[in-house]
Design a binder for this molecule. Sequence first.
Ligand code: ADP
Length: 303
Amino acid sequence: MIHVRGLKKNYGPVQAVKGIDFTVLGNAFFALLGPNGAGKSTTIEIIATLLAPASGTVEVDGHTLGVEDDAIRDTLGVVFQYSTLDPVLSVYENLKIRAAFYGLTGDDYAARLKALDDRIQFSHYADQPVRTLSGGQRRKADIARALLHSPRILILDEPTTGLDPKSRKEIWSLILALKKQTDMTIFLTTHYMEEVLDADHVIIMNEGEIVAEDSAENLRLTYANDTLKVIPRDGLSAKLESESIAYRTVNRTLHIPLDNPFQGLDYLNRFREDIETFEIIKASMDDVFLNITGRKLEGNHDH
Ligand code: ADP
């Protein structure tokens, strides 16, 4: 659905995107993960025809960026990080104006509005001016507007950033439901690790470059180990060392990286006598990011 080749963009001396290649397949749930400043928004804005690349090619559903931009805009529904609804107008007024722009009026518009409300549930506040809405309500209205023209691809730039935890959950469930109930391709950017766990395909971006790409599960398997944590009895470290099994000591516990969870079972059976108690910790996507880039994803505070 989307092919990006050799994409570069700089803002003066700042190289925001340094020549990236990726493909988003049809019907996929595709996540672009990276910390603030990685180049995610820049990439999205280029695909959405809002920003011209310095070089490289982008094709969206067979349409070439820079040549068939109108066709690309018809294919895409885009929800930007910051709401682009008119704050003075009500949700209905915002939607109506956008619908008219697509030639969607009368009964067709009413039917579309009803279908969107069945999915997204915004009608109970849709008469209010947008400026009076909560962050979550506004985000839903943004999503409804992006879907008015039944796009084949929905692009969401950090859709849950800046929302309170309850609204984040709600918006996330809505996105998962859209994924399940429609055959739209969903392409989102995020700096929250937990959000990429649901994606079919993940690209990790850092400082304008793609640093890893795979399914969430494969990234976890490749770049992060499950860990066997044990509280040892006296002889354990010596035994591990004599068998060249790597471990780290953290306070009273030993952390033993595992190639797979069954290796943990093997160790537990072999060293049972030397272990007081244990747990197996599943590797997280945070470990993946740390292992690939050498830095933590500052994912848990909003900006
Ligand atoms: P992300 O979406 O991953 O946070 P951005 O694409 O917004 O990353 O930014 C990538 C880099 O480009 C950052 O270093 C950012 O400071 C810079 N940048 C983004 N927009 C502009 C702009 N309009 N002018 C100058 N620099 C910019």
